[in-house]
Design a binder for this molecule. Structure first.
Ligand code: HEC
Ligand code: HEC
Length: 338
């Protein structure tokens, strides 16, 4: 049975995603995909299998779409740019960004990404997105309303919503969507990413009855979040006082450099330029306590809408992506400068 499943899956997936040539033994190697192990344990993934029967679908095409905003067809032709302003990596990492996959802590994430040389962003990493079952969680319904309903439990709809609403671009064509799905499978969690102890590993490896397999599946799923939480809060009531918390300079500097500058350095993904110097820092400090669209409180908590004629906009940060403590940290950095 296991072999049959494996055979069907390998045919469905084609080359490039998995090496399914051998009958699958549950959890052989540390770099086994979590999806693979769950499949071997009886999980049903029919809904999220990429469809390789559509022409031009490939992991490679998905990867270039996500990173560069357009994809190459097999005959060498280039797909159209997906968005004028953004690529997916403007707002999402493609690597693990949380040291503990069961907790969404912006403080822990900031230290982690800064060690790894990654940016600190409003969107959740797309690494392991294929392992999640719930999208645009928490307060995102406040922003996108009904659009969220169809995306909440459907990863393809979540991707499409993001392509058109977050990235403000055109809708993805079927071959592009399936390529992104194939790429998402490719950047799914590996068993080595999960914090499993030796006893737990053995239980997963030796699961044979239906009950044991179910237990093993639940155990695996308990090692990462099934969805990324999001809580929107308004800016502090009095912007002169700010959050009232005392800030940490080093953390504030990291936020400025790993988050703000990711999009604003030399107008990379926006029309507003920020530099790694005190001119930019002074500018933001002077606007901080105001109600202008340049106040950090304003833009971080409400985001920045697109201006007429432009489709770029700045996504707001939920508490899980930038806490009130971190808002205080950023203020501390802006007050001291470089
Ligand atoms: C301008 C910023 C921005 C761009 C560009 C962008 N996204 Fe997003 N995306 C977000 C935000 C913010 C969310 C909200 C939920 C989250 O990620 O925590 C989101 C959510 C998602 C989700 C659901 C994640 C979850 O766990 O809730 C997926 C999947 C996704 N985006 C894929 C993409 C893809 C694929 C692209 C490129 C075609 C893209 N995004 C481009 C900002 C962006
Ligand atoms: C994902 C990309 C992204 C990140 C990260 C980001 N911004 Fe923005 N920001 C934008 C875009 C896009 C706009 C919209 C206007 C534009 O295109 O210039 C904008 C607008 C702004 C504006 C208003 C500019 C105006 O012309 O009204 C300010 C101020 C600002 N951002 C500051 C920040 C700060 C401070 C941070 C870090 C905490 C930050 N941004 C992080 C993309 C980003």
């Amino acid at each position: 049975m296991k072999f049959l499943v494996t055979l069907i899956i390998s045919t469905l997936l084609g080359v490039g995603v998995y090496k399914h040539s051998e009958p699958k033994i549950i959890f052989e190697a540390e770099d086994d995909y979590v999806t693979d192990v769950l499949l071997a344990l009886g999980e049903n993934y029919d809904d999220i299998m990429p469809n390789f029967n559509i022409a031009n679908v490939s992991v490679q095409a998905g990867e270039t779409l996500v990173k560069d905003g357009f994809a190459q067809k097999e005959n060498g032709g280039k797909g159209k740019r997906q968005s004028k302003h953004f690529v997916c990596t403007s707002c999402h990492n493609l690597q693990i960004e949380d040291p503990d996959l069961t907790v969404s802590s912006p403080e822990a994430r900031l230290s982690y990404v800064s060690e790894k040389g990654l940016p600190f962003l409003q969107g959740t990493t797309l690494y392991g997105a294929i392992n999640r079952t719930s999208f645009y969680n928490g307060d995102y319904y406040k922003k996108y309303g009904e659009l969220v309903e169809t995306a909440r439990h459907d990863i393809r709809n979540a991707i499409q919503l993001c392509a058109t609403e977050c990235a403000q671009g055109r809708a993805l064509e079927p071959w592009e969507m399936e390529s992104i799905m194939a790429y998402f499978w490719d950047i799914g969690f590996r068993m080595s990413d999960l914090d499993l102890n030796e006893k737990e590993r053995e239980r997963i490896k030796n699961a044979s009855s239906d009950e044991e397999k179910l237990y093993a599946r639940e155990l695996i799923k308990s090692k990462y979040l099934s969805g990324s939480p999001a809580t929107f809060v308004p800016p502090p009531a009095d912007r002169n006082v700010g959050t009232g918390l005392s800030g940490n300079y080093e953390s504030g500097k990291k936020i400025y450099e790993l988050s703000c500058l990711h999009c604003h350095l030399q107008e990379r993904y926006s029309f507003f330029d920020l530099e790694k110097n005190n001119m930019s820092v002074d500018f933001l400090r002077n606007k901080m306590a105001t109600y202008s669209s340049y106040s950090i409180y304003q833009v971080i908590r409400w985001g920045v809408p697109s201006y007429s004629g432009r489709t770029s906009y700045m996504p707001q940060y939920p508490l899980e992506k930038l806490s009130d403590q971190q808002l205080a940290d950023l203020r501390e950095f802006l007050e001291k400068g470089y």
